[in-house]
Design a protein around this ligand. Structure first.
Ligand code: ATP
Length: 274
């Protein structure tokens, strides 16, 4: 995708983020445009979720500005932000046994007026999103009584029902079987290509980045963020230096390359703080 002419949907401008005044990441600059899938890679504990929470205003930046459509989101009401940005968190434990359909219908909340009930159309959109994720038959089940993978698909359906301009997904495939991983990744690609949605996701599988991303953002152990095409970013050197794993990148066809792990290297570590 040629992104140069498309205006940014999200901009991180010199963002420092962290907890209780302790910076996890410093001076991050990043632009995300509509119609692109941007994959964020980095070792455990480097700050990917922290960056997402800051992007979504779930915690304030220690410095810098997060802009959506050119506006500082710190000044926006929460409902405005929720119509623009959807979030699929890594883990979610609901306090009450809502039905799966209710959980997905909650994705429509930002589009309703205060105290308004979801309309028939909202419920239809929620059902369609569940069908889209292949879990329509779960609609009447209690969210507290379904499997981890079924919960993940339900949360993705909730974000789809929300119909945001930007979808932020924290390891959306981590609990999914092989078939459902590909279902979700293909759906994400289609949403970006057909609806112009911007999708930002994390994954720990470099092949997801190689096969499904337009751009890859790599958080390095230094805290620096480097962004480029999948081929430029996901290299044998990057994987060895970041994860301590020797790999071979193999061409599948003219367009796609896949990474094969050959084994850990002596002294290698894959944890940001080790
Ligand atoms: N609520 C919190 N309070 C204080 N420190 C936190 C909090 N949440 C995370 N951290 C710390 O911030 C750093 C970054 O954590 P974060 O969850 O952003 O990493 P991550 O890259 O998403 O990791 P993973 O790949 O393991 O999910 C870690 O050192 C973590 O221990």
């Amino acid at each position: 995708m040629d992104t140069v002419m498309i205006p940014p949907l999200v901009e991180l401008d010199g963002v420092t983020c962290g907890y209780g005044g302790r910076a996890v990441l410093r001076h991050v600059n990043l632009i995300v445009r509509g119609g692109e899938v941007l994959c964020l890679l980095g070792p455990n504990g480097i700050g990917k979720t922290t960056l997402f929470k800051t992007m979504l205003r779930l915690q304030p930046p220690l410095a810098g500005v997060v802009k959506v459509r050119g506006h500082d989101v710190a000044r926006w009401p929460a409902t405005r932000l929720a119509t623009e940005m959807g979030y699929v968190p890594q883990a979610h434990s609901p306090p009450f046994p809502f039905s799966v359909l209710d959980v997905v219908t909650m994705g429509r909340a930002a589009h309703l007026g205060p105290f308004a009930q979801p309309s028939r159309r909202d419920v239809d959109l929620a059902r369609a999103a569940l069908d889209d994720m292949g879990v329509g038959t779960l609609a009447g089940r209690a969210y507290t009584e379904i499997s981890g993978g079924e919960r993940q698909l339900t949360l993705i359906a909730r974000a789809l029902a929300q119909q945001p301009a930007v979808l932020v997904m924290d390891e959306p495939t981590s609990n999914l079987d092989f078939g459902n991983q590909i279902l979700v990744l293909e759906r994400i690609r289609a949403l970006a290509a057909d609806k112009g949605m911007a999708v930002v996701l994390t994954t720990h599988d470099p092949n997801h980045a190689l096969c499904y991303a337009d751009r890859v953002a790599c958080l390095e152990r230094s805290g620096r963020l480097r962004v480029g095409t999948p081929a430029a970013m996901v290299t044998e050197d990057y994987l060895r230096l970041t994860y301590g794993v020797a790999t071979r990148l193999v061409a599948v066809d003219e367009r796609r390359r896949l990474c094969l792990p050959l084994g850990r290297e002596e002294g290698g570590t894959s944890c940001a703080v080790c």
